[in-house]
Design a protein around this ligand. Sequence first.
Ligand code: GMT
Length: 375
Amino acid sequence: MKIAIVCYPTFGGSGVVATELGIALSKRGHEVHFITYKQPVRLDLLNEKIFFHEVNVPEYPLFHFQPYELALSSKLVNIIKGYDIDVLHVHYAIPHAYAGYMAKKMLEQEGISIPMVTTLHGTDITLVGNHPFYKPAVTFSINKSDVVTSVSQSLKDDTNRLFDIKRKIKVIPNFIDLATVKNTFTDCQRGLMASENERIITHISNMREVKCIPDVIRTFYAIQKEIPSKLIMVGDGPERGPAEDLANELGIAPKVVFLGNSNEVEKILCFSDLFLLPSKAESFGLAALEAMSHGVPVISSNAGGLAEVNVHGFSGFLSDVGDVSDMAANALTILRTDAGLKNFKAQAKEQAQNFAIEKVVPLYEEVYTKAIKRI
Ligand code: GMT
């Protein structure tokens, strides 16, 4: 098939999923065209099966806001026509599904029909899309998609609860390419970050309010009182500064390392003993799955789809949002003994197998094939 993928190219989970999906599809023989405003972060191998088309939005002083949707929908029309694309897959409803629908309508004028698959990722629904300013447009573009998928059952339920959805939503979970995970519990140069007797605890996110960054710091504060440990904070965002201040206030700044955005996530997860994800909303929690695939158990909240990814008492533990003392107690259960930690590491890795890329990509292929047949 010739597949056009529209996504956000930055560090967010939806862009990562879209990029990894496109790469996997190309390896299975499909021709994949990424259409976005910047080359996606994880897309470093352009080849005869993978194309990147940049959406340019010319600056014009009259426009207070540059009309990205307009430029995107025009680009979609040109690429779909020019490359004879079979199916359009948009990740993130805002504004991609909206622009995709406009492109479909423009193409119809020229006698070209193309199905549009929309994948909902979470923030496009629960945090942003539900805002009254966007809600009618988001409802409209979901209902006008030919197929709608969501990355968890929890997100599907939220979407049906918050919007007047006429389409059936199919759950296709996020996935992980286990073949690219090299770690097999080696020490991975952990000496760079901690001394031999210390546990390494990691958090990775874009450090927005929804990630409950102060709870990461406070959970670690309780852990390090009991067990020698270091906290590695990866990523950047508005909550980073306040988190650095909080670590200072609590007197644990020397034990908390802020690395900023990193392209070495694999390396960091390789030497991590525990992953913290106390978010107040999380449609899936791709970062938790990535950690588990490296054999890192997860202490998370039970928000959104996290319970579909992290199994309580097996790959880690779940607590109510904000229950820092429960998270710390659970973390200590995992970290206290080497034998216990080894068990949880193995179990985390085992749970990640359920989301192996080989199981999930065919589900998208099936969706595309059916959508193409129906159009
Ligand atoms: O929250 C993020 O880190 C970014 C956000 C996004 O919009 O890309 O992630 C959302 O999509 C990911 C991929 O499907 C999910 O794993 C995240 O759970 C989801 N974030 C939220 O629901 C808050």
